[in-house]
Design a protein around this ligand. Structure first.
Ligand SMILES: Nc1ncnc2c1ncn2[C@@H]1O[C@H](COP(=O)(O)OP(=O)(O)O)[C@@H](O)[C@H]1O
Ligand SMILES: O=P(O)(O)OC[C@H]1O[C@](O)(COP(=O)(O)O)[C@@H](O)[C@@H]1O
Length: 303
C-alpha cells in the first residue's frame, strides 16, 4: 500500500487576475479552491492514474474538513490526525506571473505528533511512504527524521519531497525515490544556483550516498533522473501553463504509478515528466488522459 504523509496540508485558493496592483483593490477574474499540500496532491494524482493510497498527516477546522470531504469524494482513503487549529489556506495569485503565499499552519501538540508517529510505526514491510511538503513550525525540528526512522525500521520504502534541513536528513535515510527541484538541490549543497553540469555532479553524488531513484526537476526546463546505472535528461513538453501548483507532486505520483505498472525506468521517467507538465497545463491536477496524451512528446536522452 502507498501512504502519503502531509504534515502541513493546505486549501489551495487559486486567484486569477488580469494584473496585480500591490496596495490597491484588485478583483479576480476566476477562482478555484482545491485540497492541497504535497502528499495530498500525490494521493490525488495517484488516484487519477489508477493507484490507491491512504492520506496521512494533520488536519483541523473547517478547512481540514473541506480537504477530507474532497478526498473522500475522489475515493481516497484518509487517516489524518485531527488537531484543534485550522488547516492553512495557501493563496496562489495568477496575474501573468505566479505569486504564492503559503500559510503557517496550525499548532500541533506533542500527543498529536505521537499519534502520527504511531500510525507510521504500524506500516508493513514493502509499503511505500511519501513524506512531502513543509512541516508546521510547532513540530519538533526532527519530526521528519523520527517518522523516517519508524518507517525504515519497518522496512517501508521512503519517498521524499521536501526542502531545507529536513531534505538533507531524509536523504541520509537511503530513500527509494527523492524529487528535489533545482533550487532545493542548490540549497542542499549550499550554493546559490546550479548549472546542468552541477545537477549531474550532485545528482550522482546523492545516488552514491544511497538514494535509489533521484529526479531533479527544473520547471519548464525539464528534469534529470539518476540511479546507480543510469543518468537521463528529458526536456519538458511545450504548452500553455494554466497552473503549475502541484506539478512536482504529479511527477512523484507519475513515477510511482508507472513503476507499479511494471514500466521500465525510461518509461517511468517519461511518464513522470508528462504528469508534471500535464498538471502545469491544466487548472487542477492532471488526469490520466492528459498524461497519456503528452507522454509520447517526452524525449529521453541518456547522459
Ligand atoms: N512551464 C512548464 N512547462 C512545461 N512543463 C512544466 C512547467 N512547469 C513545470 N513543468 C513540469 O512539471 C515538472 C515539475 O515542475 P517543478 O516546477 O520543477 O516542480 P516543483 O513544483 O516541485 O518545483 C517539470 O519537470 C515539468 O515536467
Ligand atoms: O508544504 P509547502 O512547502 O508549504 O508547500 C505546500 C504547497 O505545495 C503544493 O503541494 C504544491 O507543490 P508543488 O507545486 O511543489 O508540486 C501546494 O498544493 C501547496 O500549497
Amino acid at each position: 500500500m502507498i501512504y502519503t504523509c502531509t504534515l502541513n496540508p493546505s486549501v489551495d485558493y487559486i486567484v486569477h487576475l488580469d494584473e496585480l496592483h500591490v496596495g490597491e483593490l484588485n478583483r479576480s477574474v476566476k477562482t478555484f479552491t482545491f485540497p492541497g499540500g504535497k502528499g495530498i496532491n500525490v494521493s490525488r494524482v495517484l488516484k487519477r492514474l489508477g493507484v490507491d493510497s491512504t492520506a496521512l498527516g494533520f488536519i483541523g477546522g473547517f478547512t481540514g474538513g473541506f480537504i477530507e470531504s474532497e478526498l473522500r469524494k475522489e475515493g481516497i482513503a484518509c487517516d489524518f490526525v485531527h488537531v484543534p487549529g485550522q488547516t492553512r489556506i495557501n493563496v496562489k495569485l495568477k496575474a501573468g506571473r505566479e505569486t504564492e503565499i503559503n500559510g503557517e499552519g496550525p499548532a500541533v501538540a506533542d500527543d498529536d505528533a505521537a499519534q502520527l508517529i504511531a500510525k507510521i510505526g504500524a506500516l508493513s514491510a514493502g509499503d511505500v511512504l511519501v513524506l512531502a511538503g513543509s512541516a508546521p513550525t510547532s513540530l519538533p525540528a526532527d519530526m521528519y527524521e523520527r517518522l523516517a526512522a519508524r518507517a525504515v525500521n519497518r522496512r517501508v520504502r521512503l519517498v521524499v519531497d521536501t526542502s531545507g534541513p529536513a531534505l538533507g536528513a531524509l536523504l541520509a535515510c537511503r530513500p527509494f525515490l527523492a524529487k528535489p527541484n533545482h533550487h532545493e538541490l542548490a540549497e542542499l549543497f549550499g550554493v546559490a544556483m546550479v548549472t546542468r553540469e552541477d545537477i549531474v555532479l550532485y545528482g550522482r553524488r546523492l545516488v552514491e550516498k544511497g538514494v535509489e531513484h533521484l529526479i531533479v526537476s527544473m520547471g519548464g526546463d525539464g528534469a534529470f533522473y539518476f540511479n546507480e546505472e543510469t543518468a537521463l535528461f528529458a526536456e519538458a513538453p511545450q504548452g500553455t501553463v494554466k497552473n503549475s501548483v502541484g506539478a512536482g507532486d504529479s511527477m512523484v505520483a507519475g513515477f510511482l504509478a508507472a513503476q507499479a505498472d511494471g514500466k521500465s525506468i525510461e518509461e517511468a521517467f517519461a511518464y513522470s515528466v508528462a504528469a508534471g507538465s500535464a498538471t502545469a497545463f491544466s487548472e487542477d491536477l492532471c488526469t490520466k488522459e492528459e498524461v497519456e496524451a503528452l507522454v509520447d512528446r517526452v524525449h529521453i536522452v541518456h547522459l
